[in-house]
Design a protein around this ligand. Structure first.
Ligand code: MG
Length: 451
């Protein structure tokens, strides 16, 4: 694997394999740069449940204290909860130690500004410059502040915000039987109470021990959620929820134990939210055309961005959208709660939708516009990306091309999207069409060309 994928210091912060690459020394320097950049004040720090979390969190706390910041330690906490809490407490910013859905040997520093948003491109560039210059603020002995532990408040604020947008009494009255798989991640500390004490569900949960390792591949996908599917079947649950290690992504299992396509999960939430809240829809280029159909049915528009939560959020802020997300990544972003991917908002809206309609998950999905989709990945040699993209474009002359993020070719009844992964040496490809045959044909053509 290319070295740059083992450690990346760049636009999204610092991410890498712990040990040879991502070290406490590096985390300390980066945190000190962060503290210098945001200025002396409160900085919220939390993490997911990776083994390297406590080590890196201590290093980050040291760096922040050295820069004269006060550290608010929220411990193991979902990323969206941390983002909300930053904004709520008027902190200068926040750092979350999580490599999200990446394997357990990875970790990363996710950086947030005072609003609890990802750093925008200007902020990121300034911070990286500061880091490389190593000209950090150094607090004198009498200026060194303390680390304060706060966690329960953050969870309460997050849950209350989500619940303020749904009919809690109605959901509670249904006493839904719900299955949960939190991958022993940060969701473990919040999801069981959220679903039972707050939403009145009968909960059957696996992997909700934050002291244990991830029992499955961290990314919640159809091929990684076999245990949750089995749990749904054996308990007769109405729905199953799966989170990723930092609790921003949500995957859903229907009452038959089948894992839903993530685009359908986002589609259900968008369909539920649009009639009740003003504004348009913002999704990434790889998200299903279902969004255009749902938006049109409500007299709204769809704005599309490059893949990446920060890109979607930037556009959502610019157009003041009602809702947004990244279908392919299992992300629901609802600004009422916060401009962040939030599995809790997704769970609450889906339970409300089930409660209001009295329909099963399968029935609800069947009502969505039908498209056929396929996502895949191929490895590629470094340096060949330009040639591959050009060959792809030449293969389909005269087709509408969007080069915002890799290459998306758009026909009236279909599209394909090919882009280099931000996190792995892979090309990600997606194809969607109104008919299964058309989708399979396009997918095969593109795969053949790329391999
Ligand atoms: Mg995540």
């Amino acid at each position: 694997m290319a070295r740059e994928h083992l450690l990346k210091i760049g636009v999204s912060g610092v991410r890498g394999v712990v040990g040879d690459f991502l070290t406490p020394g590096l985390a300390l320097s980066f945190a000190q740069a962060f503290g210098t950049y945001v200025g002396r004040g409160r900085v919220v720090v939390g993490r997911d449940t990776r083994t390297s979390g406590p080590m890196l969190q201590h290093a980050v706390a040291s760096g922040l204290l050295a820069a004269g910041c006060e550290v608010i330690n929220v411990g193991v906490m979902p990323t969206p909860t941390i983002q909300l809490y930053i904004a709520h407490t008027g902190a200068k910013g926040g750092i979350c130690l999580t490599a999200s859905h990446n394997p357990p040997e990875y970790n990363a520093l996710k950086l947030f500004n005072k609003d609890g948003f990802f750093f925008n491109q200007y902020e990121r560039t300034e911070l990286i410059d500061l880091y490389h210059q190593s000209s950090f603020d150094e607090a004198m002995n009498h200026e060194i502040r303390e680390v304060r532990k706060q966690g329960a408040t953050a969870q309460k604020i997050h849950a209350q915000r989500v619940l303020s947008f749904v009919d809690v009494d109605l959901i509670r009255s249904k006493k839904f039987r719900v299955a949960l798989d939190s991958v022993n991640g940060a969701g473990s500390v919040m999801s069981p109470e959220f679903l039972t004490a707050q939403l009145g569900c009968e909960l059957h949960a696996i992997a909700i021990d934050p002291t244990k390792v991830f029992p499955r591949i961290a990314e919640p996908r159809p091929d990684t959620l076999g245990d949750l599917s089995e749990l749904v079947r054996s308990t007769g649950a109405a729905i199953g929820f799966a989170q990723d290690p930092d609790g921003d992504r949500l995957a859903v299992v229907d009452e038959r134990g089948e894992v839903l396509d993530n685009d359908d999960v986002l589609g259900l939430v968008v369909k539920h939210v649009l009639p009740r809240f003003p504004g348009d829809v913002v999704v990434n280029l790889t998200t299903s055309s279902v969004m255009e159909d749902l938006a049109a049915a409500n007299g709204r528009k769809v704005f599309r961005t490059a893949v990446g939560e920060a890109n979607v959020v930037d556009m959502m802020l610019a157009v003041k959208s009602a809702i947004g997300g990244e279908g392919s990544n299992g992300g629901v972003i609802f600004p009422g709660v916060h401009y962040c991917r939030d599995s809790y908002t997704g769970m609450a809206f889906l339970l409300e939708l089930m409660a209001q309609t009295g329909k099963s998950v399968t029935e609800l999905v069947a009502q969505l516009p039908r498209y056929y989709r396929k996502l895949g990945r191929v490895t590629f040699e470094h340096g060949r990306l330009g040639t591959l993209m050009q060959a792809l474009e030449e293969q389909f002359p005269g087709v509408v091309a969007d080069r915002t993020d890799g290459l998306k070719l758009i026909w009236p009844d279909a599209w394909i999207h090919v882009r280099a992964s931000n996190t792995e040496p892979l090309l990600r490809l997606a194809a969607e069409a109104k008919s299964a045959q058309r989708m399979e044909d396009l997918y095969a053509q593109v795969t053949q060309l790329l391999t």
